[in-house]
Design a protein around this ligand. Structure first.
Ligand code: COA
Length: 434
């Protein structure tokens, strides 16, 4: 099955058989059939602890996500057999590698199992089924973002990008950064949706780890999804350069903190910038906003320059956590798709309980940073799991760190040269949840 036909990939045979032995049915559903898709979406939303969705909300979710491949596990003995007891959806999207090339990634989302059917192996059957289907379609890597960090390591996923949540006290922070000349304008929500899509499309290849977005995401980000609560409170400004071209967008919401009107909180939901000027102007806009005492901004990079644009760095509280998880399926394809910081040659032994990435691989990188990879026999310079290799892939996790943590077996000098070769000029970053 070619990768472009991912939407029609059938349910994995092995998982179908495993689930069938437990009296369950595993099938890919028809997203154009509301009779099937709406009960499916209700089950998925319940799995994420949300309430029952209205028809309008279901329609909005359906329109935003129907392009994906949805698979469900059904229990024919259930009182509501049209509602699945397990859900997972997936699609193939671009992911940026160090150096700016993109590779197709099997993105996985919406993994839920009904609390009535938990811990019977349904999630395992679905996840392993997704990985086998991705590999059969020739997709070299899978990715996801997680609700809990304890679930996906067992399937070979591991964090490759980290994100930070910022909370800045505006009175302490005091802007000391640049004051660019371009102009700021409010934009309405329809224009916001269009310009977010355009701008993200232009800049996503500049950051390893970033993926292609989907139209439904921008609709929701702009507060325009049908039945979306709180959309009217969203505000957006754009920064335009001297030629009038949009170079950055900030989407935010203001909320008051009780009786003191001077203490509003500004939640900076999303900030996209194509230039340093746009970045500085939009952060300054947020931090100097009148009647605001706190600016909160989730899911920022771990090396935000704003830290150096405020007078008192302790006015900012920053919490960092893993965000983008990757799972290599095809070692030669992913390792040759990126560029490297310098030349080197290593033999890597990779273990993988599911088999996809297992083997001993010779990685040879030219001084110009281009790689060749071949399967070899014999001893290795470094040994690690597919999890560790997936974490190293984008340059965001250092091999020496993994070695100290007991997750990579290599001499210290080999790990140090892996650090130097795998380093990425841009800090890996994923600006979205999916
Ligand atoms: C997380 C969830 C999908 C697991 O489904 P499940 O069918 O109960 O999982 P399985 O029975 O297939 O368990 C597979 C393995 O994962 C482990 N596991 C499952 N859920 C786990 C969790 N929340 N934390 C840690 N381990 C977990 C199981 O112990 C089992 O381990 P083992 O096979 O290595 O012994 C389900 O509990 C759920 O829907 N949770 C709410 C929604 C959610 O958080 N989804 C994840 C979105 S990113």
């Amino acid at each position: 099955m070619p990768a472009h036909d991912w939407k029609n990939a059938p349910a994995d045979r092995t998982s179908t058989d495993t689930l069938s032995a437990a009296g369950l049915e595993y099938r890919v559903i028809d997203t154009s059939d509301a009779e099937t898709f709406h009960p499916y979406l209700q089950a998925e939303m319940r799995g994420f602890l949300a309430g029952e969705q209205s028809d309008e909300q279901l329609g909005g979710i359906r329109d935003g996500l129907a392009f994906r491949r949805f698979a469900g596990v059904y229990d024919p003995a259930a009182l509501e057999p049209t509602q699945p007891v397990g859900t997972v959806n997936s699609w193939v999207t671009d992911m940026t590698m160090p150096g700016g090339r993109v590779i197709p990634m099997w993105a996985i989302s919406g993994v839920t199992v009904a609390p009535t059917h938990r811990r019977k192996g349904i999630a395992r059957a679905m996840l392993e089924g997704e990985l086998r289907t991705a590999a059969a379609a020739g997709v070299p890597i899978a990715g996801l973002t997680v609700s809990e960090a304890t679930i996906y390591g067992r399937f070979g996923f591991s964090p490759a990008t980290y994100a930070s949540d910022w909370s800045i006290e505006t009175k302490r922070a005091v802007w000391v950064g640049p004051r660019p000349d371009g102009r700021l304008d409010f934009i309405d929500r329809e224009r916001l949706r269009e310009q977010l899509a355009e701008l993200h499309g232009r800049i996503r290849t500049a950051r390893p780890g970033e993926i292609e977005a989907w139209p439904g995401l921008w609709l929701r980000m702009s507060g325009l999804a049908p039945g979306q609560e709180g959309g009217g409170k969203l505000r957006a400004v754009r920064y335009a350069d001297s030629a009038g071209t949009t170079r950055g967008i900030a989407v935010y919401r203001l909320s008051d903190e009780g009786s003191d009107f001077t203490k509003h909180e500004l939640d900076l939901h999303y900030l996209l910038s194509e230039t340093d000027d746009a970045y500085a102007a939009l952060w300054r806009f947020a931090l100097e906003h009148d009647l605001v005492s706190i600016v909160k901004s989730p899911l920022r990079s771990v090396d935000e320059p704003v830290r150096w644009m405020i007078a008192d760095q302790r006015g900012a509280t920053v919490e960092t956590s893993e965000h983008g998880w990757l799972r290599i399926l095809d070692v030669p394809t992913v390792l040759t798709a990126r560029t490297y910081a310098r030349g080197g040659s290593f033999t890597l032994r990779i273990t993988d309980a599911l088999g996809f990435a297992a083997g001993t691989w010779r990685l040879t990188v030219t001084e110009g940073g281009q790689a060749e990879v071949s399967a070899v026999e014999g001893p290795a310079d470094a040994a690690m799991s597919v999890n560790a290799l997936s974490s190293m892939l984008l340059g965001g996790v250092r091999p020496t760190t993994l070695r100290t943590a007991g997750l990579a077996d290599a001499e210290a000098d080999v790990a140090a040269s892996l650090d130097a070769v795998f380093a990425s000029r841009e800090t890996p970053y994923l600006s979205l949840w999916y």
